[in-house]
Design a protein around this ligand. Structure first.
Ligand code: FE2
Length: 185
């Protein structure tokens, strides 16, 4: 049985041996973690805005291309993150998916559609929102709840985006956590 707090109104976290640290310490740790996360997202947005403002930075990059599929070209990778240029020919689309890591992206050229979904069950989803992501659009998130989406190039021209993901490309194939199917309407 978990020990009781030492006095009324004092909340504690416990391990198997008894009182460990006051809840206040964990609240402070959580606050610092949130602040660090927000600082990371701010920096990622600024980095993406710089790339969008200077598309010449990507001119020397030999972009992977594979017919009508979207393709990723690694721009940078270390143990914390990988940065990819993604080329979207007309009609290219991702699966419906969510992410196991942070996901920040900016549209460098062209326009993408982003569909957001709500879960119906463990594997099926329904469309919740559709947005157009024009050149210059930047998004940054640290997934902490349902974050199911799909990217599509519905235009007639190639689109190009840059994605900063919080995964080590030598350990993970991609940022995708789970792939979903559209539920019957
Ligand atoms: Fe995604």
């Amino acid at each position: 049985m978990a020990p009781s707090p030492r006095f009324a109104g004092e909340a504690h976290a416990f391990n198997n041996e008894g009182p460990m640290l006051p809840e206040l310490a964990f609240r402070e740790l959580s606050r610092v973690t949130s602040a660090l996360g927000n600082a990371y997202l701010d920096h990622a947005r600024a980095t993406l805005n710089t790339i969008i403002a200077r598309p010449d930075l990507l001119e020397g990059v030999a972009l992977e291309r594979n017919g009508q599929r979207y393709t990723r070209t690694l721009l940078f990778g270390d143990s914390q993150m990988s940065v990819w240029a993604i080329l979207w020919p007309p009609g290219a689309k991702t699966s419906i998916h969510d992410h196991h890591c942070s996901c920040c992206f900016g549209v460098v050229r062209g326009t993408l559609s982003e569909l957001w979904f709500r879960p119906v069950d463990a594997r099926q989803v329904a469309v919740e929102a559709i947005a157009r992501r024009e050149k210059g659009f930047v998004a940054a998130m640290l997934p902490s709840g349902p974050n199911i989406h799909q990217m599509v190039n519905e235009g007639t021209e190639d689109a190009l985006s840059v994605h900063i993901y919080g995964f080590d490309h030598t350990r993970h194939e991609s940022s995708i956590h789970v792939e979903y199917e559209l539920a019957a309407q």
